[in-house]
Design a protein around this ligand. Sequence first.
Ligand SMILES: *Cc1c(COP(=O)(O)O)cnc(C)c1O
Length: 373
Amino acid sequence: MHNFNKPFIVNKSFSNITETVKKFNISGDGYFTKKCHTFFKDKYKFANTFLTPSCTSALEMIALLMNIEPGDEIIMPTFTFVSCANAFVLRGARIRFVDSNSKEPNIDVSKINALVNKKTKAILVVHYAGIPCDMDVLVKLIKKHSLILIEDCAHSIDSYYKNKPLGSFGDFSTFSFHDTKNITCGEGGLLVVNNKKYIKRAEIIREKGTNRSSFFRGEVKKYSWIDVGSSYLPSDITAAYLYGQLVNLDIIQSKRIKIFNRYVTNLNKHTRYFKIPNNQPGKKYNGHMFYIILKTKKERSSLIDYLSKNKIQAVSHYVPLHSSKFYEQKHDGRLCTNADLFSSRLLRLPLHPYLKMNDIDYICKNILNFFKI
Ligand SMILES: *Cc1c(COP(=O)(O)O)cnc(C)c1O
């Protein structure tokens, strides 16, 4: 079976775990957590970084840091993972969902301006499939309305917009190290705080609302409860595993990008039958995902069945959040037709570092067979 995903294992993760366990300190902010923080700050020039138990918890921290209250509004794409919305809905916010653009599932930046009002607090964007959103437009919008920009980079580690790494544009950005992402430790996340105004408080909220981090640095004699907060630190065992992956980032990325490019080479002559992600100037992709867009939902179902019979697992993706059971009554009624289209016609093909070039050729051959090309 050619699985859609298979998390990549590197040996360094095992020796790192042994090393941290032998230090007798596997709670949060240990040796490897600090090494992970430094890795991201050095490589991507992020102002400050905090490992978290998941991308979801990093998003929840942002909602706390922004003091989100009932009635506040957050603008975000409807074609995204539920945690983007939930983190803010938990604090009473109202979500203004935006359609995808017609080319790709990313947010349609031309539809944002009309939704901004006095209650708007932030624009959250997702770089779907590792494909950068139109950052020039977004940065202008943020400046014009003095809003907070949040980048959900769960798909987009090591993607670049005009040579600038994704995750470095936002006041905040978040990453996921779930098994389905390029770099993984099973469950894990990262909060990036680029707006320096929020760094001190992020440290406190992450440590249960206490100044324990200052205490560990010897800045105060005793730590105590000084703000709201929760427990947002992963164990150093998680960080040790993750660090093994991070030092192999270039190897993992080059394997994924090679597979992505092989799909493009094999399929780009057949865009009469289906669409593939198009290459856009100034945007460097990270090989997170390769998808095709079929002409109808029915055709997608038939192709999924056909591939499955040939031992290839291909999968659909998000149900747009504006039409979800939980939110459809709360949504303001605007149509999001591009997102609906991607929801019913987008198909993700297997992409993980264990796939060989002849596996990709086999998968593509089956797709062409299906269309009798
Ligand atoms: C995976 C994902 C998340 C959630 O990540 P977790 O680490 O599982 O919490 C959030 N946003 C997007 C866009 C994702 O793909």
